[in-house]
Design a protein around this ligand. Structure first.
Ligand SMILES: *Cc1c(COP(=O)(O)O)cnc(C)c1O
Length: 393
């Protein structure tokens, strides 16, 4: 047997193994529709409680019109990386608007959140006076792990949101004399709970450390005018902010925001920025429109969070673990993969899409439905979800 055949055989065996453990992941095409709905290929329409389109902006006519306008005027692609000939005036304009929204001196666009974390973290850590120690929440997103692995620094992982544990680690004699960076999400993607950023900042300052905060799920939803939880911290705090544009902002891409010096440095050193094609005009158009709308959406944010409270209360009343969630992301703990898949099928029979999340995305034995609400859902959609939760076994 050839090496190629051998390789094919091991791929087939690994897929069969995942299938046998209810862990095989499959792509399922569907089309997004108004009202937070999706249409499956068999024609069925489901209420989508699994998207990250928290404000319903992905289908908003102002975003799609401005995306189309930018594409018509400026082209389908940006044709080069930013430092070569790919920077349009519109890139700089959107970066200024983003920085103003976040209350930071400057912001830098990147192609995706995964790329931002995977490449900005090693770039920044590489510039820190050595040795560097990184303290990371145990539930940090895979892209944060990827960036820290690439940075080749030892990760000191603290128990999820356990600031007492973090304090002890920071105070440990093993970790003195190093530049110290704390890496966390502001809203955790699979649990929907929040980091206590004011307390984390106080702890960081007490130990002369600084923060890198991933605001993927807070941007657009939480904080003053939806600017994220870091926007509530005092100006000039030692915080590097990262966030994504494909979730509540309804488009695609990511940003790093912070002091001008930091952004200027990333332009020199961040591989994911330097060696990647500039975000295309349509993406800039959608983002420009989203940044006009999002600050004025306080009413939508209040309605979204109130609906999430009701959904969470319904799940808790049935005895389900909701993982300390206090945001638009409401997990329903089910334990085993099989039980989570069964609950997903049960919701689907009731016209609701609530995708089961299994290891390795979440820790062993903590399979769950990750329900995420959107301002696009009306009262009836929320009522149907609450009724369906009431029937889950
Ligand atoms: C979604 C997500 C990312 C990745 O962002 P993309 O733009 O989708 O690549 C990074 N961090 C967290 C916490 C996320 O939830």
């Amino acid at each position: 047997m050839s090496a190629w055949d051998d390789f094919q055989q091991s791929l087939a065996a690994s897929l069969a193994d995942a299938e046998g453990r209810s862990r095989r992941r499959k792509l399922r095409p569907m089309t997004r529709e108004a009202g937070g709905m999706v249409r499956l290929q068999d024609g069925r329409r489901l209420i989508d409680f699994s998207s990250n389109d928290y404000l319903g902006l992905a289908l908003h006519p102002e975003l799609t019109a401005r995306a189309a306008d930018y594409a018509q005027r400026l082209g389908a692609g940006s044709a080069a990386s930013r430092l070569v000939s790919g920077t349009l005036p519109e890139h700089l304009a959107v970066e200024r608007k983003l920085a103003a929204f976040k209350g930071c001196e400057a912001a830098l666009l990147l192609a995706s959140g995964y790329q931002a974390n995977a490449s900005a973290l090693p770039a920044l850590i590489g510039m820190m006076p050595g040795p560097v120690k990184v303290f990371a929440d145990r539930l940090n997103h895979a892209s944060l792990h990827a960036g820290l692995a690439q940075a080749r620094v030892g990760q000191i992982r603290y128990r999820h949101n356990d600031l007492g544990h973090l304090d002890r680690l920071l105070a440990s004699p093993d970790h003195q004399g190093a530049t110290r960076l704390i890496v966390t999400e502001s809203v955790f993607s699979m649990d929907g709970d929040r980091a206590d950023l004011p307390a984390l900042l106080a702890l960081a300052q007490q130990h002369d450390a600084f923060l890198y905060v991933d605001e993927a799920h807070a941007t657009g939803v939480l904080g003053p005018r939806g600017a994220g939880l870091c926007a509530g911290l005092p100006k000039g705090s030692p915080v590097i902010v990262m966030g994504t544009l494909g979730k509540a902002l309804g488009g695609f891409g990511a940003y790093i925001a912070g002091p001008q010096l930091l952004i200027d440095t990333l332009v020199q050193t961040c591989g994911g920025f330097i060696y990647s094609t500039a975000p295309p005009p349509a993406v800039l158009g959608a983002l420009d429109a989203a940044l006009d709308l999002v600050p004025g959406m306080d009413a939508e944010r209040a309605r979204l969070l109130a609906a999430a409270d009701r959904v969470r209360a319904a799940a808790a009343a049935r005895g389900f673990d909701t993982f300390g969630s206090s945001t638009q992301i409401t997990p329903i703990g089910l334990g085993s993969e099989e039980r989570a898949l069964k609950a997903m099928a049960q919701l689907e029979a009731a016209g609701i899409l609530g995708v089961a999340i299994r290891p390795p995305t979440v820790p062993e034995g903590s399979s769950r439905l990750r329900l995420s609400l959107s301002a696009a859902h009306d009262g009836e959609a929320i009522a149907r979800l609450i009724a369906a939760i009431g029937t889950l076994a």
